[in-house]
Design a protein around this ligand. Structure first.
Ligand code: BES
Ligand code: ZN
Ligand code: ZN
Length: 460
């Protein structure tokens, strides 16, 4: 990220934050040059506005931002692309914890995906990376989020299973982690029948990607991510509008890699095992069909009701393998259901967990990191909807009501009873731009988990 610079630069410009009340008080008492200039600009003084204040010779000297009483990670996240390019620094009167938030937001707001544009956007303004903040975790959060965004924003023709494999390999080699993969027919030989069945119709072979890192003496953290590189729906083909954004259906895999990056970059004291089933849900003469029965890795047989409910199938094989390792914590991320979006909209991530302790821990980290997630129940009363006449389970419920819950119930059938398991069902995409959150691929439920892991594995 080129949005920060090391402090000590003479030419950098001060950013001060002033609440509306403070500004009113200032203008009621004695007017200094800055306040006089702001008032003379004839723009209303309101929260969110910023004012470019020149020095005596007309050169930009200070930026004044009118802010709320409570500073947010997003307070100045819109500035990197609205200020003139240059170097800025935050007033040191801003408390350390707030500066950490603001710097994080600045980093997230400096992101743009312009790889395929001839005319690149302008460079973002740069902010001083204060030496007194927790640079390691701030930079890791920004880097990890950008990894998630980049992977999702990549067009599907450039982000097929082999590309996801390359990205996983590159991440592994950056941190000396081990990488292995099981490709194509090897998935049959090694007993991953669901991953193979869903991915076999594509000319891009299905894969199970594995990344392993850390000291085996540390608690085992397992992370899985749905890596459906494009979801056409399969033979139960999606409508054009339903298919339009389905490049993001590998968003869960992107989150798993983003989280792995955070863990390795901050050297979290865990043993990490990542598993990503990477497939394209394509249509071909050898595509899996509605009515097929497939015996999963765990031995549970699944009758396919709808080939568009593919994410839970590929995750099932990955999750049951991870559970065999008896992890201290198992987290999966997936763009699993449209129903989760109907329930909470596109901007609040859904999570499921049977354990109140884990859920409450996640909630407090979510609040502190301003990451919008909400828990839904794994309501056992809906389990009957997954009954099949001829197999152990069907892959999707006959009614769409509570679809995010029935999908979670399906996954739960592959999770060991004693496993501390958290399942995220997220949009992984911003349908509109907000400060710090541009339209396109987005990490949702990532900051919460990073902060939660810091507490759980007691570094903070
Ligand atoms: N990838 C989709 C879920 C999705 C759709 C996530 C839109 C975010 C936005 C998933 O594979 C899917 O198609 N699910 C179906 C399940 C249904 C067939 C039971 C859905 O949600 O409609
Ligand atoms: Zn689908
Ligand atoms: Zn899908």
């Amino acid at each position: 990220m080129d949005c920060f610079y090391e402090a000590g630069n003479e030419d950098s410009i001060l950013i001060t934050l002033v609440t509306k009340a403070e500004f009113d008080e200032l203008t009621n008492s004695s007017l200094d040059n800055v306040a006089t200039w702001i008032l003379s600009s004839n723009r209303s003084i309101q929260v969110g506005n910023h004012y470019l204040v020149p020095d005596a010779v007309g050169k930009l000297n200070q930026v004044v931002v009118i802010v709320d009483d409570n500073l947010s990670i997003w307070t100045i996240a819109g500035l990197p692309f609205s200020l003139p390019t240059g170097n800025y620094f935050l007033a040191d009167t801003i408390p350390l914890e707030d500066r950490e938030k603001l710097i994080t937001g600045w980093g997230l707001g400096s992101y743009q995906f312009s790889k395929y544009k001839k005319k690149k956007g302008k460079d973002s303004a740069r902010l001083s990376l204060d030496s007194d903040i927790d640079q390691t975790s701030v930079l890791a959060i920004i880097d990890s989020t950008c990894i998630v965004r980049d992977l999702i924003n990549e067009p599907p023709n450039e982000m097929m299973p082999q590309h996801l494999s390359k990205a996983t390999q590159e991440l592994a080699s950056k941190f000396d982690a081990s990488f292995t993969e099981i490709v194509g027919d090897e998935l049959i030989e090694d007993n991953y029948p669901l991953i193979h069945a869903i991915g076999r119709a594509s000319e891009h072979q299905p894969r199970l990607l594995k990344l392993e890192w850390g000291d085996p003496k540390h608690p085992l953290l397992c992370v899985a991510g749905k890596g459906v590189c494009f979801d056409s729906g399969g033979l139960d083909i999606k409508s054009a509008s339903g298919m339009r954004w389905m490049k993001k259906d590998m968003g869960g895999a992107a989150h798993a890699l983003g989280l792995a990056n955070y863990i390795m970059q901050t050297n979290l004291p865990v043993r990490l095992q990542v598993a990503i089933p990477a497939v394209e849900n394509a249509i071909s003469n050898n595509a899996y069909r509605p009515g097929d029965v497939i015996v999963s890795r765990s031995g549970i047989s699944v009758e396919i009701d709808n080939t568009d409910a593919e994410g839970r199938l590929v995750l099932a094989d990955a999750i049951s393998e991870l559970c065999d390792l008896k992890p201290d914590l198992l987290i999966d991320y997936a763009t699993l259901t449209g129903a989760a979006r109907v329930a909470l909209g596109t901007e609040v991530g859904v999570f499921f967990s049977e354990l109140d302790k884990t859920s409450h821990g996640l909630y407090s980290s979510a609040k502190a990191s301003e990451d919008d997630i909400w828990r839904l129940p794994i309501h056992q009363g809906y389990k009957h909807q997954l009954k099949s006449n001829i197999a152990d389970l069907v892959n999707c419920a006959s009614s769409g009501y509570g679809g995010a819950i029935t999908a979670a119930l399906f996954l739960q059938a592959f999770v060991s009873d004693d496993c501390d398991w958290v399942h995220f069902d997220v949009m992984a995409y911003n349908m509109r731009s907000r400060p710090g959150r541009p339209k396109g691929g987005e990490a949702m439920g990532l900051r919460s988990v990073c902060q939660y892991l810091e507490t759980r594995y007691s570094r903070k």
